[in-house]
Ligand binder design. Structure first.
Ligand code: AVI
Length: 323
């Protein structure tokens, strides 16, 4: 038995999701350099911390994207086909889609998310507020292929992917996601996507190292989850949050840095940390308009139109599937 199988055999894992988390955590902490996947930030506490991040004075992306959707929502909606089905990849709160819905004659809305309960609650609220809209939630991991509801088969499709979640993908993953979205949406599809832009390093640094320490708590939450869900014994006070801008790779990197020499146990496996050693927890890629256009083109999409705020902090693009 290899180290991972041994650890899993020792653990009494309640469900498939926990065992995937266990496998990934053990694999990733066995790498050099150590890492953990950002997808494990988002349990209930992590999702609340992320919501708190979006309200921080230093964290410009959410409010800037909202201001673009508010100011240019009419223009964006005007280029969408009438009677279309809007398919939102990774639907969270419905604040952003509402800014489009109020301007356009969309026939159907398909929010796609892994969290079925949350989706259902959001779908019910939308049905109440937009009685003419047919809402078809799909519970699925939107990064892997999934089937669209048969009810929207004959409608023109428009993808919606706000929030610069694309930036949390490695460039090859971003390309694979955009290709897969094109395959799912089909011939003639369009897509509205929010992408964070490259900018002054100080602004980026502050957005991911906020003075109130919310991003630090968000980052450390992955260790809280390992302790609670995988029986880990991480001492949270022995790790510190660090976010740096990697200029060559155009990305913010988030790390958890070990303050001292220490050993941590999880699922029967021990991991040792040197003082200053990092667990790399997240990348947030920032694009120039040119680099995003190139990425879109190489993923089967053409940029039809782009909107930015007046300070060019954030961008929203309308893409059309290339033939
Ligand atoms: C979800 N995602 C787009 C956020 C970002 O800015 O990359 C996640 C985040 N990480 C730290 N702060 C916010």
């Amino acid at each position: 038995m290899n180290v991972h199988a041994t650890a899993l055999a020792h653990a009494h894992l309640p469900d498939e999701q926990t065992s995937a988390f266990a496998r990934d955590a053990i694999d990733d902490l066995s790498q050099h350099p150590k890492r953990l996947s950002p997808k494990y930030f988002y349990d209930a506490a992590g999702s609340e911390l992320f919501e708190a991040i979006t309200r921080l004075p230093e964290y410009y992306p959410t409010r800037t994207e909202l201001s673009i959707l508010r100011d240019r929502g009419g223009e964006i909606a005007a280029i969408l086909p009438k009677g279309a089905a809007l398919v939102e990849f990774g639907a969270g709160a419905t604040t952003k889609i509402r800014l489009l819905l109020q301007h356009c004659a969309v026939a159907a809305y398909v929010p796609v998310d892994i969290s079925g309960d949350f989706l259902k609650a959001q779908a019910d609220a939308l049905r109440r507020d937009f009685p003419a809209l047919s809402v078809h939630p799909v519970t699925a991991d939107f990064t892997t292929p999934f089937a669209l509801p048969p009810a929207i088969a004959s409608l023109p499709k428009v993808g919606f992917f706000p929030g610069s979640t694309l930036g949390n993908f490695e460039p090859h993953e971003a390309c694979a996601f955009l290709r897969s979205a094109r395959d799912i949406l089909g011939h003639g599809a369009q897509m509205i996507i929010g992408v964070d832009l490259e900018k002054d390093e100080r602004v980026l640094h502050d957005a991911y190292n906020d003075a109130a320490g919310v991003t630090a708590r968000f980052n450390l939450n992955v260790l809280v989850r390992i302790n609670r869900e995988l029986g880990g014994n991480f001492d949270l006070s022995a790790f510190t949050h660090r976010a740096i801008y990697n200029r060559e790779r155009h990305r913010i990197e988030m790390h958890l840095i070990s303050k001292r020499q220490q050993a941590v146990r999880m699922l029967g496996t021990s991991f040792s940390f040197r003082p200053g050693e990092s667990i790399h927890t997240e990348n947030s890629y920032k694009y120039s308009l040119e680099r995003f256009t190139t990425l879109a083109r190489s993923s089967g999409w053409t940029v039809r139109e782009s909107w930015t705020d007046k300070d060019q902090m954030f961008s929203v693009h309308a893409l059309v599937a290339s033939d």
